[in-house]
Ligand binder design. Structure first.
Ligand code: BG6
Length: 331
């Protein structure tokens, strides 16, 4: 018998438990044999849940979030493209809404992959799953297409493994002229509300999350009229409304998000092609002003948003660009 066709080899591989992927009308869910799971809505290709093997949810989604496609989902990982923040005047993105259209358009599920290409260690490949989503110009509403009339394609890949979660965006210019864009992955991380420091008053509250590896970085402080500042703290705590865009952050150096309680391991985020980090927490007053966010929910979340938003990325006709993040639940 030809040894290359030895049935035993096939038998061993086939007996390994495989990830399960369930396709619903509006969302895709994947679970690994080891118990980790992820959920992605087609609306915005928004990852709305990422659970570890012990069932612990890593992402925050507001109890008031709209999940019916009527508004960008308040929580999870919305994809920001092609403009971050309010669009500037006199720019190709000027007629778009804040944070662009990718987060408020239905994407297409392109398929799953659990193949060996997901890892060099073949014994582990049954414990990883990649979900691919696509969005192209012809899938936009007429309104968005008019506001940003470029021919483009986006492929967003969400890879879940027992080591962590990776999300990766490829931007393709399918037209005949160059365009400019921003990309940002708007992670809402969950922080246990009980982690909040008992207070003497609102001003003594500190969110339980602390951020490392941003010291000495320049940032624009959106809460202070976009003033340019330098981070002095090695361990940043959130004690007030925070809305900062850190510039020129080396993507290979992980940003660490630690929480106050000892039983939660810190998250680390490394990036490729994304050299800005936005830190956002709306705090008390802004929280009250948002219809899709609970008044007290600012205690339960922090946004740590890897992006390429320090300036415009220019993409020539026929070219593509890629940026990604890898979030690991432990160091
Ligand atoms: C952050 C911005 O990325 O997103 C903030 O830095 C903004 O300025 C926040 O308030 C939420 O934006 P939106 O459009 O989802 O309410």
């Amino acid at each position: 018998m030809d040894r290359s066709n030895k049935p035993a080899a096939i038998g061993v591989a086939a007996s390994l438990p495989q990830p399960t992927v369930t396709i619903h009308d509006n969302r895709i869910e994947a679970t690994l044999p080891s118990g980790e799971s992820v959920q992605v809505y087609l609306y915005g290709a928004t990852v709305t849940s990422w659970k570890l093997a012990n069932g612990e949810e890593q992402l925050f989604v507001s109890s008031k979030a709209h999940l019916d496609g009527s508004k960008a989902i308040r929580g999870g990982i919305p994809v920001v493209f092609p403009v971050f923040g309010p669009p500037p005047k006199n720019h190709a993105t000027s007629a778009l809404p804040q944070h662009g259209f990718a987060r408020s358009t239905n994407w297409e599920f392109l398929g799953k992959s659990t193949s060996e290409s997901l890892g060099s260690d073949k014994s582990k490949t049954h414990n990883a799953v990649k979900l691919d989503f696509g969005l192209s110009s012809d899938m936009l509403s007429e309104e968005f297409r008019k506001a940003w009339p470029y021919e483009f394609g986006l492929v967003y890949s969400v890879t879940l493994s027992s080591e962590g979660l990776e999300t990766s965006l490829q931007v393709q210019n399918k037209g005949t002229e160059a365009f400019e864009f921003h990309v940002l992955l708007h992670n809402y991380f969950r922080v246990k509300a009980s982690d909040f420091t008992p207070s003497l008053g609102v001003n003594s509250l500190a969110n339980a999350a602390t951020f490392f590896n941003l010291q000495n970085k320049s940032y624009t402080d959106k809460t202070d009229n976009y003033a340019l500042k330098t981070e002095s703290s090695p361990a940043i705590a959130i004690t007030q409304e925070t809305d900062r865009v850190y510039q020129d952050v080396d993507p290979a150096v992980p940003v660490i998000v630690a929480t106050a309680d000892d039983d939660s391991a810190p998250l680390s985020i490394t990036r490729q092609g994304l050299n800005t980090i936005t830190l956002w927490n709306p705090w008390t007053e802004k929280a009250k002003g948002m219809s899709d966010f609970g008044d007290e929910e600012y205690k339960e979340m922090v946004c740590v948003e890897p992006g390429a938003v320090g300036g415009w990325q220019t993409l020539e006709a026929g070219e593509f660009w890629e940026g990604s993040q890898t979030i690991r639940p432990r160091l």
